[in-house]
Design a protein around this ligand. Structure first.
Ligand code: LHQ
Length: 261
């Protein structure tokens, strides 16, 4: 699959999406938003893909909205429509995709770029990475799902602090705050990301996907509702090939051969 603003590569069960506008620190123009949505769709549909990695080329993950492209749109430009037709679809696409998404956060993740990083299921950050809710610097409120994702990840007080100060939160503090899972030396980032993605791509993909669905839904449920939903989804997982294989492998004292089904 060939794109103009991103790179897409799928091999050995892992699809890798690289945001590829390094001259703008991988800022999102409309083309890049559309292509990224398309790449996630493609990875979702491809049965051979069981884990997705997203990263940025050059020294940044993404600087968020391409501010030059916005400026060029003139005064009648509706930001609400721009969000509805672009970032909102991208963030939902990622959160609803029932395969694990690993963010290889190689540098700054700002504004909507921070939103895309937060919509990953796991984040592995280079020690040079940082997270920045840049929106207030251009007189905006946090968007791209960050009011929802960031408050749930690190709590209201720190999320509000990030929004109003627009400070860069460096990787070590991001780890302490629970914004990232691991911090890696810059030169080992992709090696460490692949060491995570490899086992995820041979794991019980159906169960991983249902886990994502259950946990995200549970964020807005009572305990009673979450218990009922767990039972409903466990019924599906319980009838899967990988559940039978997992139990069989345990009894036979061997490694399971999961198919993702
Ligand atoms: C850029 C950008 C950029 C274009 C760096 N665009 N070129 C939604 C709907 C509609 C409207 C608005 O927004 C949104 C959502 C959002 O995402 S709002 C937030 C938008 N993003 C920002 O406000 C971040 C802007 N960028 C920065 O503050 C800095 O560039 C950061 C802190 C990311 C990195 O700083 P430095 O490492 O010092 O790099 P730099 O500023 O020198 O940038 C390098 C180049 O990248 C430079 O171009 P040049 O030709 O001078 O080398 C920048 O103009 C370009 N660039 N961000 N978002």
């Amino acid at each position: 699959m060939s794109y103009e603003t991103i790179l897409y590569d799928a091999a050995d069960g892992i699809a890798k999406i690289t945001l590829n506008r390094p001259e703008t620190l991988n800022a999102f123009n409309n083309k890049m938003t559309e292509e990224t949505i398309d790449a996630f769709k493609q990875a979702g549909r491809d049965k051979a893909v069981r884990c997705i990695v997203i990263t940025g080329s050059g020294r940044a993950f993404s600087s968020g909205q391409d501010l030059k492209a916005v400026q060029d749109r003139g005064e009648d430009f509706s930001i609400g429509d721009h969000l509805r037709s672009g970032y909102n679809r991208l963030i939902l696409q990622m959160v609803q995709l029932e395969k694990p998404i690993v963010g290889a956060i190689n540098g700054v993740a700002a504004g909507a770029g921070c939103g895309v990083a937060l919509a990953c299921d796991l984040r592995i950050a280079s020690h040079k990475a940082c997270f920045m809710q840049a929106f207030s610097r251009v007189g905006l409120i946090p968007d791209s799902g960050t009011t929802w994702l960031l408050t749930r990840l690190i709590g209201y007080s720190r999320a509000y602090q990030m929004a109003v100060t627009a400070d860069r939160i460096p990787a070590d503090k991001a780890l302490e705050w629970g914004l990232v899972n691991v911090v890696a030396p810059e030169e080992q980032l992709m090696e460490i990301v692949m060491a995570w993605a490899g086992p995820l791509s041979t794991g019980p993909t159906l169960a991983y996907g249902l886990t994502k669905r259950a946990m995200i839904k549970a964020m807005n449920m009572t305990l009673e509702e979450a218990l009922a939903y767990e039972a409903q989804l466990q019924e599906i997982a319980g009838r899967s090939h990988d559940r039978m294989e997992g139990v069989q492998a345990f009894l036979e004292k061997r490694e399971p051969q999961f198919k993702g089904e």
